[in-house]
Design a protein around this ligand. Structure first.
Ligand SMILES: Cc1cc2nc3c(=O)[nH]c(=O)nc-3n(C[C@H](O)[C@H](O)[C@H](O)COP(=O)(O)OP(=O)(O)OC[C@H]3O[C@@H](n4cnc5c(N)ncnc54)[C@H](O)[C@@H]3O)c2cc1C
Length: 413
């Protein structure tokens, strides 16, 4: 039986494994990580590459490693190059963040803990849990079960938001559906529509404009919102968290967290890059909503817009993000049913302050939002969630350490 089983080897799962190895007496053989990808943080690498982003949105204090100086130290000692951080907030270059992540995974041998598979269900056994999974071995799959004393669920956001008009349509792909997107772009489409008004849509349109100048239209429903971060920083400083903690009705907490997320927003540099592409006539931008689509395999797709206009494209890329909640998540739904776990109507976990969903069963990332706040899903959230989980092992006086990770930002005012 493993000491720790981490379900999901993404940004959160990897940061948790690293912290266990560095900050506790946990040994490599005590940890098992389940993920369908071939390597840790692969989904992060794929999704960020799809957007074409050059710099992260979050500051350099937030990384996969413990403490707030790790990324700066790595940049100074190992990369030494210029343009590794951007703007007053020291936002790290994606290539720096990924190189640091790869070095960390290598140094701590985290990939050795990875079992390639998808968790399908979880049950209590004497002394811990048994997780059933579909093991992936090349093109074939088989069933297996892994037992552990403690389990952390860090499965991130898996369910892509596909608007009703796009369901079943051909020549429509989601930005984060890697294989389909690569395949669609390989067919060199002449006219491409990107649908969405957030950071990924803006970055994707700007990226494609370089590759297909004059062929890209960005269709966004609402006006662009310019914000440095995707949530107000009061959530990191703690004062907003206090208000969340005071709310005992979890469906209300869900609304508070949802409202706090600045959906459909992006920082100034992303807007500037998009504006340049618009001025160069590489991208055409239009505020309108798609209400219907008619596609044919041979003749692209026609979008019917709310304004009454119809536009024809060869390819439509949805940068519409993810569905809210976990009602569609098979593993989460079965865990709730089998273990009788408390949750909201959208399957959001109701946990204690240590992110304990049940005895020795923890959550991290988006699943932790109703307790750790809207930043829980971000890179910062990986450290904040792990701090809480570790406190459960030695429950002294509880004091979330979110503040520590923001001391640089606070210094800057
Ligand atoms: C394009 C993009 C850019 C972003 N930029 C930033 C940024 O600059 N700063 C910031 O702070 N945040 C950013 N975020 C938000 C957040 O940091 C990332 O989404 C991050 O990857 C979340 O980490 P995670 O581990 O929760 O989820 P993921 O990285 O998605 O990892 C979850 C893993 O769990 C696996 N999994 C899912 N279900 C199962 C299952 N049943 N069994 C086994 N494994 C499973 C998945 O395959 C995946 O590998 C960004 C997000 C996106 C999409």
């Amino acid at each position: 039986m493993h000491e720790w089983l981490i379900i999901g080897g993404g940004v959160h799962g990897t940061a948790i494994a690293n912290k266990l190895l560095k900050a506790t007496d946990t040994r490599l053989q005590d940890i098992c990580m389940i993920d369908p990808h071939k390597a840790p943080i692969q989904r992060w690498i794929d999704r960020t590459a799809a957007t074409g982003m050059q710099y992260l949105r979050s500051p350099g204090e937030h990384s996969l490693d413990v403490g707030s100086t790790a990324l700066y130290k790595y940049a100074r000692e190992k990369m030494g190059g210029k343009e590794l951080f951007y703007s007053d907030f020291n936002r790290p270059a994606l290539r720096l963040f990924n190189a640091h992540g790869a070095a960390l995974i290598d140094e701590q041998h985290i990939a050795e803990t990875l079992v390639s598979g998808t968790a399908t269900s979880i049950k209590r056994i004497s002394g811990g849990y048994a997780v059933d999974l579909d093991l992936i071995d090349g093109a074939s799959t088989s069933k297996a079960s892994i037992a552990a004393r403690r389990v952390v669920i860090a499965t991130g956001e898996s369910h892509l938001d596909i608007p009703e008009w796009a369901q079943g349509a051909t020549n429509v792909v989601h930005l984060f559906d890697k294989q389909k997107l690569e395949c669609a772009l390989a067919a060199t489409p002449q006219q491409i529509a990107v649908i969405g008004g957030g950071i990924s849509a803006a970055q994707c349109a700007t990226r494609l404009a370089r590759q297909y100048p004059g062929s890209v239209s960005l269709i966004h429903k609402t006006s662009f919102r310019i914000h440095q971060f995707d949530t107000d920083r009061c959530w990191v400083r703690g004062n907003c968290l206090e208000k969340l903690k005071a709310e005992t009705d979890y469906s209300k907490r869900e609304k508070i967290v949802d409202k706090a997320r600045l959906y459909g927003s992006f920082p100034v540099d992303v807007r500037d890059a998009l504006n340049t592409a618009i001025l160069n006539e590489s991208v055409c931008c239009r505020q309108d909503a798609v209400v219907a689509a008619r596609s044919s395999a041979s003749n692209g797709i026609e979008l019917q817009l709310e304004s009454g206009e119809r536009q024809h494209f060869d390819l439509v890329i949805l940068a519409t993000g993810f569905t809210r909640g976990f009602a569609n998540d098979v593993f989460i739904s079965s865990a709730i049913a089998d273990l009788g776990l408390p949750c909201t109507a959208t399957n959001m976990p109701i946990t204690d302050k240590y992110l304990r969903w049940s005895q020795d069963l923890f959550v991290s990332g988006r699943l932790a939002e109703l307790t750790a706040g809207p930043f829980a899903r971000n890179i910062f959230g990986a450290q904040a969630c792990m701090d809480r989980i570790m406190r459960s092992l030695r429950p002294t006086r509880f004091k979330p350490r979110e503040l520590q990770y923001y001391h640089y930002a606070k210094k800057r005012g």
